[in-house]
Design a protein. Structure first.
Length: 182
């Protein structure tokens, strides 16, 4: 999910010829579930903000929505938008005959309860598990992208940005663990 969607552009017109130039994505939007989990654990769940932002943008583009609340705010304040977000993801997957029955309501409730545990009761250990209610959404979204773009291959390696994110996240995690034991 770390690759931008770039449209096909035709900008190389000369007086003699017109040659199309393709800027189409090399990889599918499918994200390895292992990558999603690892990025979430390394960031104490902060990766979810980026993941939600990026997927809200993709949903907005797919449905041609003019959202009154921008995707970034929807991602930063997921408690208010998680149900609609998950419902749209499952709708996308069902458009492509996704056969698994998933409840966006239960997954949203689980996610909200974990956020309450983290922020209201200061149970920060739950941040490591906040991705769990979202895993079925990742699977549904992956199914959608596999059907939508079967000609594109799935990225199997982390991007440079994700690698930097992982390194910084694991350094912070190690410092936190080091602080616990001193």
């Amino acid at each position: 999910m770390s690759e931008e969607i770039r449209p096909t552009v035709n900008l190389t017109k000369t007086p003699q010829t017109a040659q199309p130039t393709s800027l189409a994505p090399e990889y599918s939007q499918v994200q390895s579930l292992k990558h999603f989990i690892l990025l979430n654990i390394a960031s104490l769940g902060l990766y979810q903000i980026y993941w939600m932002y990026k997927n809200w943008k993709l949903i907005q583009k797919h449905y041609h929505l003019e959202l009154t609340i921008p995707p970034l705010l929807r991602a930063i304040f997921p408690i208010f938008f998680i149900y609609g977000f998950l419902k749209r993801i499952y709708s996308l997957a069902q458009e492509k005959n996704f056969s698994k029955i998933i409840s966006p309501g239960w997954n949203a409730l689980g996610y909200i309860l974990i956020l309450f545990a983290i922020f209201l009761f200061e149970l920060w250990i739950f941040a490591y598990f906040s991705f769990i209610p979202l895993t079925s959404s990742v699977k549904a979204l992956n199914f959608y992208w596999q059907q939508e773009t079967p000609h594109l291959s799935m990225r199997t390696k982390f991007t440079k940005g994700e690698m930097i994110f992982l390194i910084i996240g694991f350094i912070i995690l190690l410092l936190a663990l080091f602080g616990i034991f001193i």
